[in-house]
Design a protein around this ligand. Structure first.
Ligand SMILES: Cc1cc2nc3c(=O)[nH]c(=O)nc-3n(C[C@H](O)[C@H](O)[C@H](O)COP(=O)(O)O)c2cc1C
Length: 162
């Protein structure tokens, strides 16, 4: 099954997992970059506000073509118990008709269920079918922990998609 992992990451935790998933599952790996400044205290506050309001942003690449893929794996940090603006934008512009979708989020450990529910709703509105989800708490967690979480999640997903 041809697959692609698309993710947004501000500080590298979601990226680390996305790279681990690619090692385990193969397929393509694409970083969705947010072109708005998200660094520093103001970047943090604006990010939380934009995510809370469900806003979009400018991303690169924009208009990514998913036609050759059967399985789409989407990853985002949780911001203000919501998906990030970068993922909102991606989900508004993509076509997921009849695609299998796996969603994964990273967070300090709060609001991830709400974020996953919002993501699910957006995927289904675009015609996609969510076949797997994953949530990883990253607060005070090192790379060893993230590595193991990546292995465990891919084991689960392999049964979800087989
Ligand atoms: C603007 C902003 C808002 C956040 N809001 C939450 C939140 O509501 N709940 C939570 O558990 N973590 C929250 N976090 C923490 C991130 O979700 C967490 O650190 C994540 O793993 C970072 O992923 P990244 O390294 O890929 O950017 C927030 C982080 C930022 C920058």
């Amino acid at each position: 099954m041809k697959s692609v992992i698309l993710y947004y990451s501000r500080t590298g935790k979601t990226r680390f997992l996305a790279e681990k998933f690619q090692q385990e599952l193969g397929g393509d790996l694409v970083e969705i970059r947010d072109l708005k400044k998200r660094k520093g205290p103001f970047g943090f506050l604006r990010g939380a506000r934009d995510a809370h309001l469900g806003l979009n942003t400018e991303v690169a690449p924009s208009g990514f073509d998913l036609s050759k893929y059967e399985l789409i794996i989407l990853g985002t940090p949780v911001w203000a118990s919501s998906p990030t603006p970068a993922l909102n934008t991606f989900l508004q512009t993509c076509n997921l008709m009849d695609k299998k979708v796996i969603l994964f989020v990273t967070s300090r450990g709060t609001g991830y269920r709400r974020a996953i529910d919002i993501l699910k709703g957006k995927v289904e509105a675009k015609g996609g079918k969510v076949v797997g989800v994953g949530s990883v708490k990253t607060w005070l967690r090192g790379k060893k922990y993230l590595f193991r979480a990546g292995v465990e999640l891919t084991k689960l997903w392999k049964t979800d998609i087989s």
